[in-house]
Every structure is written in C-alpha cells, then in structure tokens.
Design a protein around this ligand. Structure first.
Ligand code: SF4
Length: 330
C-alpha cells in the first residue's frame, strides 16, 4: 500500500509576465520578419525555452558584433546597458527590446538617483546579466553589494546621500538582511521608491515557504543559471525541506532523492514552461506519488504588452495585408 505518498505543488510557479512577454516577442518576431532572428544572450534563463526557440529559427549570440549588419536582434528579458543600444545602432541593427518592464523600472530609478548625484548601492549577484545592464545605466554612481558579506566593502562619498536598489530576482529574506546591515553602517540610507524584487520572485518564494515545511524533498524545475530558480531551492531548504534539487527535466530526478520520502514539493522558476512541471508530476506518479495537492498563496493576473517597436511593425504588416485583400476583392 503506497497511497500515503503525496506531492505538494506550489502556486504561483513558472512563467511570470516578463518571461511570457519576452518569449512571445521572439516568437512574433520570427513570424513577422522570418528566420533567422538574432537574440542577444539567452532570452530567459531556461535551457528548454532556448532550445525550443532555436528550433524555430532564433540564433542566440553573446554580443551585437555576432549579428550581421542590418539584421534583427532581440534583447533579453534581463535588460541591457545603454551602450548595447548604441552598439546596435552603430551596426544598423533592428533592435527589439524585450527587457522586462519591471527591470526597466529599476533602470529608471538608477538613472534618476544618478542624476541627483546619489551613490547607489545595487544589491545583486556579480556577473548576472541584469546587474550588468542596470549598473551600465550609471557606472560612476553604482557599486554592487553581493549579499550581506558585501557590505563591509562599501564606501560612499556622502553617507547622507546614498540609496539602495536591487536585482529583481533575489531572495527576499537575504536582501532584507543585506539592507539591515547596510543601515547599521549607513543609517541615512534611502530605500527605493517601491520594491525592486519583483512580484513574481516574491510570490514564488512565498509559495515555497508555505509548502516546504511539510516536504521531505522539494524539486525546483529551472536551469542552473536562473537566479530566481536557484533562490527557490535555497528558500525550500531554509524553510524546512530536508533537501532541495534544481532540475531542468524530469529525467534528471534520481531515485535516491526520493528514497524514504512521503511528501515531495514541486515548483518552478519564473522562466519555466508548465509542461516541464507536468512531466515531473508524471515521473513522480510513476513512483507512486499520485496524490497531488496544489498549495496556492497568491493569484497572478499581470500581463505585459509586447515591445512598442514590434507592435508597430505587426500593425503595419496587418494593415498591408488588409489592403492587399481589399485590392484583390475590388
Ligand atoms: S522574474 Fe520578475 S523581473 Fe524577471 S522577467 Fe519575471 S516579472 Fe520581470
């Protein structure tokens, strides 16, 4: 009798509004302009999404120099520094910017505080594309604080004129700790006008926190280079799961991870299509984890419209088609 084995499934999980928009941007660009469409960096940090778009005709490159002059390039959801737009213009590239609007909001904050001559402490992970893009908005004013341990290295010009901003996909709890340490060092430190850690990141972490104390093991579907997915694994373990594993595909689940477990938690990062989660549920069901209960901590309804430059071309193309049809009928 194995009926006591169960799965707790976190909700919200998976695609956020920014990822959905970015993936749709590449798909619509392929339909509108035809393959190939160049994409600078991984459009979102997920192996499956990238390989699916590659199969449809997207070519992923690291830098603009790899894109033929005059071709179309999509910038990823993580955002780019202004110099990347300048390089694209210099090569006459048709650039479509799929930066998540919530990342753009942080860029705008960085520009505004830099214009007011603040020192900006950007909490984030060194080398992450989003951090490189945000820091590129005001390199002379921004210094990176990589977690609580980074606080000791911070030096500012005027302790009364300093503000913190953050990467959108950090651990909420660790960021609070970093800010608390910064405030001990800099009591006049200003906070951003609104949360930089985005709704999707904090909602997914909240759902894992609600689920993990009742789980022996938590499986997080997401890629190794996905910051928000990595954080979900850490949050699961911190919240009481015996172990947490980050996997791209169900086939990576090792039977020994499930040995002795009666409750397995499942969630996925913000760049993960739900079909991959369903494959994990099938894999678990084949091992007697058939009782699935969804743990819902928030409802998400946010949707972002496609980038203006793409919408404009889609509209022009639809109008041209309509005119063609009218001509044929007349
Ligand atoms: S995780 Fe947040 S900031 Fe990143 S793409 Fe999704 S909604 Fe935007």
């Amino acid at each position: 009798m194995t009926g006591s084995k169960r799965v707790l499934l976190a909700k919200p999980r998976g695609y956020c509004a920014g990822v959905d928009r970015a993936v749709q941007t590449v798909e619509e660009a392929l339909k509108l302009y035809g393959a190939p469409i160049y994409v600078r960096k991984e459009i979102v940090h997920n192996k499956h999404v990238v390989s699916t778009l590659q199969a449809k005709g997207a070519i992923f490159v690291e830098e603009n120099e790899e894109v033929p002059e005059g071709a179309t390039v999509v910038f990823s959801a993580h955002g780019v520094a202004p110099e990347v737009h300048e390089q694209a213009a210099a090569r006459s590239l048709k650039a479509i910017d799929a930066t998540c609007p919530l990342v753009t909001k942080v860029h705008q904050e960085a520009r505004r505080f830099a214009a007011e001559d603040y020192d900006i402490l950007l909490i984030g992970h060194e080398g992450h594309e989003e951090v490189i893009g945000t820091a590129g908005e005001a390199p002379a004013h921004i210094q990176l604080v990589d977690g609580p341990e980074g606080v000791d290295k911070v030096t500012v010009r005027d302790p009364a004129k300093v503000v913190w901003l953050s990467q959108t996909t950090l651990s909420v709890d660790e960021t609070l700790e970093t800010v608390a340490r910064l405030k001990t060092k800099l009591p006049l430190l200003m906070s951003p006008p609104s949360d930089d850690i985005c709704y999707a990141t904090s909602n997914r972490q909240d759902a894992v926190k609600a689920m993990a104390p009742n789980c022996d093991v938590v499986l997080v579907v997401g890629s190794q280079n996905s910051s928000n997915s990595q954080r979900l694994r850490e949050v699961a373990v911190d919240a009481g799961a015996r172990a947490g594993y980050l996997i791209d595909y169900a086939s990576e689940i090792q039977d020994e991870w499930l040995a002795g477990a009666t409750t397995v938690g499942v969630t996925s990062g913000a760049s993960v299509p739900d079909e991959l989660v369903m494959e994990v549920l099938d894999h678990l069901a084949a091992r007697d984890f058939t009782d699935v209960a969804e743990i819902t901590t928030a409802q998400e309804k946010l949707v972002f419209s496609l980038p203006q430059e793409l919408k404009r071309d889609m509209k022009a193309s639809a109008a041209a088609r309509a005119a063609e049809v009218a001509k044929t009928l007349s």
